[in-house]
Design a protein. Structure first.
Length: 72
């Protein structure tokens, strides 16, 4: 996953955790605006989420942040 997307995902996870606690769930769609203005990045995130890690649609933000920080 490209570095800019990694940083964005970590920021979103941090924000969600701060707002709603450690049990908050996220989807990779949370890393993007409601319009498809970055289709390459969206597909990259989808591949990382679905193909590489076989994650459910919603996962705990803490888990996603941990995976990203470990470079997985």
């Amino acid at each position: 996953m490209r570095e800019s997307l990694r940083q964005k995902a970590i920021e979103i996870c941090d924000k969600k955790i701060a707002q709603k606690g450690d049990n908050v769930g996220v989807s990779f769609y949370a890393f993007f605006k409601n319009k498809n203005d970055a289709p390459d990045a969206l597909m990259e995130a989808a591949r990382w989420w679905i193909e590489t890690h076989q994650l459910d649609h919603f996962e705990k933000a803490v888990k996603i942040k941990g995976l990203i920080e470990k470079g997985l």
